[in-house]
Design a protein around this ligand. Structure first.
Ligand code: ATP
Ligand code: MG
Length: 581
């Protein structure tokens, strides 16, 4: 390909709103452009990267025995009503009407469509198990589209759905998909972790794992144990809490019989834990946070220590609630007795769920349920009842691994893939059934498996970003080799470049030739931005068939960034590098 003919509008500066390194470079290297918030065009180079990622995903899905289909993006609302998700999905579901005013949704995921297909077409155990997949556009009206392709509103996903006669059969497919996902991410050159996850809104009755590309911009927190290899999303992470040294001292004091009494403290205009902490000069771990929730309409209180974060998923499970939302002002309007900002468990008059670490406190500072007042010396179990003690907080830095007791480590990750054992949630809701060996009607046991194809592009860009460009792994780079004549006007240089191009094309490589009449500095900067795995610079040495070669490999190994070679040696080098593609 001739660069003079390629639409690759490189930029010196990234638009101000681009806030992640990979996103900035995708824009600067002319790979993508934003059309609207979270909606992007792929320019030729970006499209090639996307196609390479798709190819890897497709090869691994086919290898795992999955069958490719293409399901409609535009889906009748009735289908979503059958599964109950037309309302449950909320504003993230893009909705539209046709000319007959029939309601449709733009697919954010395809469980409904694929389950309806199975219901109509599969009615015997003989046709099971099977797995369908597709690679296509999804729509989600995300509250916060961010970091370019990482969180789009229109994006490309590979979604797969498996149907099995029983859970054992599902297990086998799940394991095969798990291995396929590991291979995909390795082939994409990603540094990733597979973590235990929570089933979230898709729901389901079984195991679920997420695949996380490690990156600081990641919106997920991953909790790992270096000792035994435990890894989970923070939402799901199990832990043993570690009591602080001060806490232990307090405990000893109490054992020595020094129990203080409850004191009222005036704390005018002090509402948050942070404000209270600086006002009283006490650490948040000595305080109790009282949070009010509406659980299926009932107002309940949840207590966690001041330095801990409540885990709504855990609380929802504890309460067995369908819907759990933090009580806002409107919800509290009819409870004028509640002193918001000064809530506490003593005399609250609501059902209270107490976190394990709160129950273990000797004495605590809490709101006094009276504006401008707090209480100190409150003893859980004495000054208020511990009717329901549960684990309702997230793991925190310093907590220990449940398996081996080592301190847990926190890192940030980008969720690039997610596999679920759905069970019969959708087959039951939508009435999909098959006749088993004994002629009994059964619901197929389903699994679903998503991978963010466009998000993978963003995650690769993020992990391979440098100051000057993205160093694309050979497996996904838009071209294999960048041929850069210092001067295209120079006949000898042009001749050698064209010879090299032919030889590389003959070997099946994809070659980009910078045939522009630009200054060498401009060409080199653009080449860095575009970030192909190998650069061959043809300059004054052309007369003796000498070239300079630069590559990601050389840059990574810290050797001089370019080496002098003959043209033939350069070809041999390229072939060795690209073999690993
Ligand atoms: P997230 O928590 O990041 O919103 P999710 O749990 O909603 O993700 P799934 O419903 O499991 O995601 O979708 C499968 C895969 O699709 C995800 O693992 C992710 O890689 C990708 N994906 C989800 N939402 C987006 C998005 N808005 N933009 C790009 N990719 C996405
Ligand atoms: Mg989401």
């Amino acid at each position: 390909m001739r660069q003079s003919e390629l639409l690759v509008p490189t930029l010196r500066e990234a638009p101000a709103e681009a806030d992640a390194a990979g996103h900035r470079l995708l824009l600067r290297s002319g790979m993508i452009r934003q059309l609207a918030a979270g909606i992007y065009s792929y320019l030729p180079l970006g499209r090639r990267v996307l196609l390479n990622v798709e190819r890897i995903v497709r090869e691994e899905m086919d290898r795992a025995g999955c069958q490719e289909v293409l399901l409609p993006i535009m889906q009748p609302a009735e289908l979503w009503e059958e599964s109950g998700r037309y309302t449950q999905y909320g504003p993230e579901l893009m909705r539209l009407k046709d000319r007959h005013t029939r309601q449709f949704a733009l697919g954010p995921t395809h469980e409904e469509v694929v389950t309806a297909l199975a219901r109509d077409e599969v009615n015997s155990y003989r046709k099971l198990p099977f797995t369908l997949y597709q690679i296509g556009t999804k729509f989600r009206d995300e509250r916060r589209p961010r970091f370019g392709l990482l969180r789009g509103r229109e994006f490309i996903m590979k979604d797969a759905y498996s149907f099995a006669a029983d859970w054992d059969e599902l297990d086998r497919t799940y394991q095969a998909m798990n291995s396929a996902y590991c291979r995909i991410l390795e082939r994409c050159g990603l540094n990733y972790l597979r973590v235990e996850a929570d089933a979230g809104t898709i729901g389901g009755q079984g195991e679920t794992h997420e695949f996380m590309a490690l990156a600081d911009v990641g919106e997920d927190t991953i909790v790992t144990c270096k000792q035994c290899g435990y890894a989970a999303n923070l939402e799901k992470a199990a832990f043993q809490s570690s009591l602080s040294a001060e806490h232990m001292e307090e405990k000893e004091e109490r054992e020595a019989g020094e129990v203080s009494e409850v004191l009222r403290i005036a704390t005018p205009d002090v509402r948050t834990i942070a404000e209270l902490s600086s006002f009283l000069n006490k650490k948040p771990e000595h305080m109790i946070k009282t949070l009010l929730y509406l659980a299926d309409g009932e107002l309940v209180a949840a207590l966690v220590r001041g330095d801990h974060e409540l885990n709504e998923i855990a609380l929802k499970q504890v309460l067995g609630a369908e819907e759990l939302v933090l009580a806002d002002e409107a919800a509290l309007a009819s409870h004028s007795q509640l002193a918001v900002g000064y809530l506490g468990p003593v005399g609250l008059g609501l059902r209270i769920i107490v976190d394990v670490d709160v129950a273990a406190m000797q004495q605590a500072i809490t709101g006094a349920n009276e504006a401008g007042m707090h209480l100190s010396g409150v003893r859980p179990g004495i000054d208020f009842a511990l009717d329901r003690v549960e684990r309702i907080r997230f793991a925190a830095e310093g907590d220990r691994c449940v398996a081996c007791g080592e301190p847990l480590v926190f890192t940030k990750g980008i969720e690039v893939g997610h596999i679920f054992k759905l069970g019969t949630k959708y087959s039951d809701a939508m009435g999909a059934a098959f006749l088993d060996r004994n002629g009994r009607q059964c619901a197929p046991v389903m699994g679903c498996y998503g991978i963010g194809v466009s998000r993978l592009v963003a995650a690769i860009a993020e992990q391979h970003a440098t100051e000057t460009g993205i160093r694309w792994p050979a497996s996904v780079a838009p071209y294999d080799v960048h041929l850069i004549p210092v001067s295209w006007k120079d006949e000898q240089q042009q001749k050698l470049v064209l010879e090299l191009e032919q030889q590389l094309l003959d070997r099946g490589l994809r070659v980009l030739v910078d045939d522009r009449h630009e200054r060498p500095g401009v060409k080199f900067k653009d080449a860095e931005l575009i970030g192909l795995p190998v650069h061959i610079v043809v300059g004054r040495g052309a007369a003796e068939a000498k070239v300079e070669l630069g590559s990601h490999q050389l840059a990574l190994s810290g050797e001089t960034s370019r080496i002098q070679l003959t043209a033939q040696e350069a070809i041999t080098y390229v072939m060795e590098q690209i073999q690993h593609r």
